[in-house]
Design a binder for this molecule. Structure first.
Ligand code: GDP
Ligand code: IMO
Ligand code: MG
Length: 433
């Protein structure tokens, strides 16, 4: 029995979906514990591409228990659409296969409208570039204790009461502050009662289910969304998402105690990307940046936006090792670096003449951070067919060694392509004995 948490070490899109899908082969239960359908996790299985936003990436195996924890914010329309898409591919998702916490908060139409209205009202330079999925406003309601949980949805009287109260306040803002359309209680009530009927069979106490699985010696895999630098507390605030994306979030977001987590793996792209606004010290605005974007096919899996690209950032990597207590590193997209002769890795920042070895807390300092680089030789060979570390050119192995040295932890997995089979599993967290 083992429990493993998979976390993004950068600004999201590190390849978590692919790695979770791979490790699912050894797991019994896969748990999403934070974020919502702002996430876009891509899996390529037998050449066919799937993108999951809410359902854990383990679902494709068809015989693994998938769990959505209380820390997730859930848009019922998106979940049901994802289930319909899977059904169209011949996979009916039964309540035996998917469990959703009764404590999961619901994304409501007014959360999405608020997300859009707020972003539109912000001036250039202040926009966050959210995914527009209502994530921030939903977490905000949870924290101010106005949120609507699935348990509330399943109690029509309680649901209507909460909905009315929320819309009284939100409609005032839409009308008076944002000058946008108001939202009808009756329409939302009717729509969400339909969702209630469909979701009810899946809703349960997820903490108990995870605990039972643990006691029954099952392997449990926690699938992080977003990345460490998007964490609400530890990321590049305010250019972050609204949840705790770091490993500690797995405990709060699913109801498992910290002493019951055995292993935390950090997924790290061999370079860096960011989608949306916010500081990105190693961002490249030159041909190499374009090359990474094109070779890496760096487009957002949720919004389709072009991802910003840059060199690997060792400061970001070390932050991730510390904040998540990482045991092992998973390096993805090493293949994308092929053909770039002079590579660089950032080892510290110069902020107005001061050296920073960790991320500044003041956003203006982060915005002013100039990366200090080490140089490292690149390689030309196509490595997408490599099956073991020994198949890699020496220069690619040197690059991995540099990553290990900076991180101070061993590499557990190396990925050289989007397919399940394009992966070298060096140290499997579920086969530690
Ligand atoms: P996630 O949000 O962390 O799950 O990552 P995304 O799915 O948003 O983005 C990662 C993208 O990289 C997807 O298109 C994956 O199919 C792709 N990918 C994952 N690992 C590799 C790899 O090692 N090499 C290449 N070329 N693509 C990869
Ligand atoms: P996965 O799980 C990359 C970014 C958005 C924006 C900021 C806040 O696929 O790695 P939000 O809608 O969450 O309020 O937006 O966070 N963002 C992501 N960037 N990958 C993600 O998820 C992201 N989820 C949110 O672009 O900058
Ligand atoms: Mg993604």
């Amino acid at each position: 029995m083992a429990t493993t948490v998979v976390i993004g070490t950068q600004w999201g899109d590190e390849g978590k979906g692919k790695i979770v899908d791979l490790l699912t082969g050894y797991a019994d239960v896969i748990v999403r514990f934070q974020g919502g359908n702002n996430a876009g996790h891509t899996l390529v299985v037998d050449g066919k591409k799937f993108i999951f936003h809410l359902i854990p990436s383990g679902i494709l195996y068809g015989n693994k228990l998938c769990v959505i924890g209380n820390g997730v914010v859930l848009d019922p329309a998106v979940l049901l659409e994802e289930m319909d898409d899977l059904a169209a591919n011949g996979m009916t998702i039964s309540p035996e296969l998917l469990k959703i916490s009764l404590n999961t908060h619901l994304i409501m139409p007014y959360h999405k409208a608020m997300d859009h209205a707020r972003e539109a009202a912000k001036s250039e330079g202040k926009k966050i570039g959210t995914t527009g999925r209502g994530i921030g406003p939903c977490y905000e309601d949870k924290i101010v204790r106005n949120g609507i949980k699935i348990a509330d949805l399943l109690d029509p009287e309680l649901f209507r009461d909460k909905l009315e109260e929320n819309l009284k306040y939100k409609n005032f803002l839409f009308k008076e502050l944002f000058n946008t359309d108001t939202i009808s209680v009756d329409e939302v009530y009717g729509q969400y009662q339909e969702y209630a009927e469909k979701l009810a069979p899946f809703a349960t106490n997820v903490s108990v289910i995870i605990d039972d699985a643990r006691k029954a010696d099952k392997n449990i895999l926690f699938e992080g969304a977003q990345g460490t630098q998007l964490d609400i507390d530890h990321g590049t605030y305010p250019f972050v998402t609204s949840s705790n994306t770091i490993a500690g979030g797995a405990c709060c977001g699913s109801g498992i105690g910290p002493s019951k987590i055995d292993c935390t793996l950090g997924i790290c792209k061999a370079y860096t990307t960011r989608v949306g606004e916010g500081p990105f010290p190693t961002e490249l605005f030159d041909e190499t940046g374009d090359q990474l974007q094109k070779q890496g096919v760096e487009f957002g899996a949720t919004t389709g936006r072009k991802r910003r690209c840059g060199w690997l950032d060792g400061v970001v990597l070390q932050e991730a090792v510390r904040l998540n207590g990482l045991d092992g590193l998973v390096v993805t997209k090493l293949d994308v670096m092929s053909g770039i002769s002079n590579l660089k890795i950032c080892t510290s920042y110069d902020v107005n003449g001061r050296t920073f070895k960790c991320m500044p807390s003041n956003i203006r300092q982060t915005q002013a951070a100039k990366p200090v680089y080490m140089d490292i030789d690149g390689w030309d060979e196509d490595i997408t067919g490599a099956k073991s570390i020994d198949d890699l050119p020496v220069k690619a192995r040197n690059y991995l060694k540099a990553m290990e040295e900076i991180a101070g932890i061993p590499i557990s997995v190396v990925s050289v392509g989007p397919g399940r089979e394009q992966t070298m599993l060096i140290n499997n967290p579920f086969e530690k004995g």
